[in-house]
Design a protein around this ligand. Structure first.
Ligand code: TXA
Ligand code: MG
Length: 349
């Protein structure tokens, strides 16, 4: 009973999109493409509608959602104040892959914010996302359109695989471009803090607002007695069925160690995959070697990351050995997602 709506992002059929917008307006759930990953939307101002998102994904209720708008003015009714730095970031990077945290107004239901008095807001740049939100006439709460804990969907087939039969409609609009979720930036503290690295990098932000901090929870395991600033960060994420192990170090050594561990584990009867790069893929022995792209093009690596994690599941591998990347630019987001997929399990070569 999930309705499939195919839309060409370069030639949007507004009649068809209106079917999806009406479902949103009337309290239903609709998955749709954004420039980062596919989202699962519902009317953010309607508690009953938002409940359906948590149910469809199997998402813990204390993990807050991002509210998506189609134009800048739409945020006024959702927030209490807009700081000068927020204004600068919005003007520079919206529409685009960055989410900002504001103090919320009373019209935002607590179910959206997981009980917090702040709200996360984003103005996406994907033409289907923007037109859909605009047509619906409401702000749209939307987490990534995957089952809770699974890699975020970058292709229609990922959404269908996870959510068919669990949501009212899926708008199919091709592959997403960025491939990792939006940067989450908290502007409610003195020094702005990145709670989740993403499409807009720390370097990009520092150019326009000066000093920016990174939540220490981003690249290391959060101690259980520490409350993470972004509640979502404490849950295992992006995990395929296989066990993921990162291998860190000089790339020549990494290749050696991965080949050695692969052989050992295969001897023990496990099916082992390797998450490689264009530069290294021919240096590994055996099967189930998948390249993320060239180390010289981290944007492509980011765009392929979740797709490749899902490909290892399709191949039913038991263990994935993965190379690491330098934590600069989009490399921060790549390493954050890899660390979470691996449950912080790293071997040093
Ligand atoms: O790119 C994206 O952001 C995608 C697309 C669909 O827009 N959405 C997405 O949503 O990734 P989700 O729910 O998978 O991740 C939202 C993240 C979580 O880590 C959550 O904890 C954090 O944003 N978040 C939401 N509201 C927050 C708040 N008020 N304070 C701190 N973190 C918040
Ligand atoms: Mg998510």
């Amino acid at each position: 009973n999930t309705k499939f709506i195919n839309i060409d992002p370069d030639n949007i059929d507004m009649e068809k999109l209106k079917i999806a917008a009406d479902i949103l307006k009337n309290g239903g759930t609709v998955a749709f493409p954004t420039e980062t990953v596919y989202g699962l939307g519902a009317n953010a101002l309607c508690e009953e509608a938002v409940k359906k998102i948590f149910k469809a994904k199997g998402r813990p209720s204390d993990n807050p959602l991002i509210v998506h708008v189609s134009k800048l003015e739409d945020i006024n009714e959702l927030v209490l104040e807009i700081s000068e730095k927020a204004q600068i970031v919005m003007e520079k990077f919206w529409p685009g892959p960055i989410t900002l945290i504001f103090k919320k107004s009373d019209i935002v239901p607590k179910i959206v914010t997981g009980g917090l008095d702040t709200v996360a807001i984003r103005l996406p740049s994907h033409p289907i996302a923007r037109k859909l939100i605009k047509l619906s006439g409401v702000p749209v709460a939307a987490p990534s359109a995957n089952l809770s804990g699974k890699p975020s969907p970058t292709k229609e087939k990922h959404v269908t695989h996870d959510l068919m039969g669990r949501v009212d409609a899926i708008v199919c609009g091709g592959d997403t471009e960025v491939g990792v979720e939006s940067t989450v930036l908290d502007l409610t503290s003195n020094v702005p803090m990145i709670l989740r690295p993403g499409g807009i990098t720390k370097e990009d932000l520092q150019e326009v607002i000066g000093k920016v901090e990174t939540d220490p929870a981003i690249l290391s395991k959060v101690e259980s007695n520490l409350v993470p600033k972004s509640p979502g960060m404490k849950y295992t994420h992006y995990s395929p069925n296989a066990e993921v192990i990162l291998v860190d170090g000089r790339i020549e050594e990494v290749v050696k160690v991965i080949n050695k561990v692969k052989k050992e584990k295969e001897c023990e009867g496990y099916k082992v995959g390797v998450m490689a790069t264009e530069e290294t893929k021919d240096k590994y022995f055996g099967e189930n070697i998948i390249s993320l792209g060239s180390r010289k093009d981290l944007k492509t690596v980011a765009a392929n990351l979740f797709k490749v994690l899902r490909e290892f599941d399709e191949k039913r591998v038991d263990i994935v050995l993965a190379e690491t990347f330098e934590e600069v630019g989009i490399g921060q987001a790549i390493m954050n997602r890899l660390m979470k997929a691996a449950g912080y399990n790293v071997i040093h070569a």
